[in-house]
Ligand binder design. Structure first.
Ligand SMILES: CC(C)(COP(=O)(O)OP(=O)(O)OC[C@H]1O[C@@H](n2cnc3c(N)ncnc32)[C@H](O)[C@@H]1OP(=O)(O)O)[C@@H](O)C(=O)NCCC(=O)NCCS
Length: 219
């Protein structure tokens, strides 16, 4: 099969994604990153160009892409890259690590989703475009995760939670059932979220409280 895959961004998240790819699906894999990285390899995968080369790489047959640039709290670059690549015509495969346990019943995953090692996804879960579900997270039944959300390693989510677009849920946080987190918010590491969190805030702690809202420190 002639199926060339481009990874965009060569950092830590890229290495996680490389380790989870099902290689039999691709005839060729290349990475784009900063100019000084061109010619190097990440594991055995070559860095074949920079962001400037993405269009010509598409013409050379790389028609599938994964945005492997990570994000902790600010997904803007991931979002911009996604729209640039989509306009060129790239398709975005889902990468699901072979150790993840994903319910076979009513799970929906949009383009470009990454599901890392040891993740558990229960029935009725919906994952938005380019969402990252990082190592060991548990997403219980009927949770809805928006676009460009990053669910950090080891996060535990009860059933029926709604995480809106662009949210970062920090490593090791726990969330009770049926709550929501508004778009663009950040939940700090190790938080216990027991009520709804509004949009555009930084919140953390046990219980999770808003710390930062716009330019104001709230506590
Ligand atoms: C919440 C977070 C975004 C805040 O970052 P920040 O705005 O740079 O905040 P600061 O580091 O300046 O900390 C401000 C205060 O909040 C406290 N604080 C920060 N994060 C906290 C957390 N998760 N829980 C409790 N307190 C926290 C700090 O100790 C500091 O307190 P102080 O003013 O008494 O010294 C960050 O600490 C965090 O938790 N990021 C998530 C990381 C993550 O998930 N990584 C996974 C990568 S895969």
């Amino acid at each position: 099969m002639y199926n060339k895959l481009l990874l965009v961004g060569a950092g830590g998240h890229c290495r996680s994604v490389i380790d989870s790819i099902n290689y039999v699906q691709y005839s060729d894999i290349g990475i784009v990153d900063l100019p000084e990285m061109v010619g190097k390899n990440i594991f055995s995968i070559p860095i074949v160009g920079t962001d400037e080369d993405i269009e010509s790489l598409f013409e050379k047959g790389y028609h599938q892409a994964i945005i492997t640039l990570g994000s902790v709290g600010n997904p803007d670059k991931r979002i911009k890259l996604y729209h640039k690549l989509k306009l060129i015509g790239f398709q975005f495969p889902k990468i699901i690590d072979s150790t993840a346990i994903v319910s076979q019943i009513s799970v929906e995953m949009a383009d470009g989703v990454f599901v890392g090692k040891g993740v558990i996804i229960n029935t009725g879960v919906k994952l938005g475009t380019c969402a990252i579900i990082n190592s060991g997270a548990i997403i219980d039944h009927d949770c809805e995760i928006g676009q460009f959300v990053h669910i950090g390693p080891g996060v535990r989510m009860s059933g029926g939670i709604h995480i809106q677009d662009n949210v970062h849920v920090g490593i090791g946080s726990s969330m009770i059932q049926s709550i929501s987190v508004g778009r663009d918010s950040i939940i700090g590491a190790g938080s216990v979220v027991v009520s709804d969190i509004e949009e555009g805030v930084i919140a953390f702690g046990i219980p999770c409280r808003v710390y930062h809202k716009g330019n104001e420190v709230a506590i």
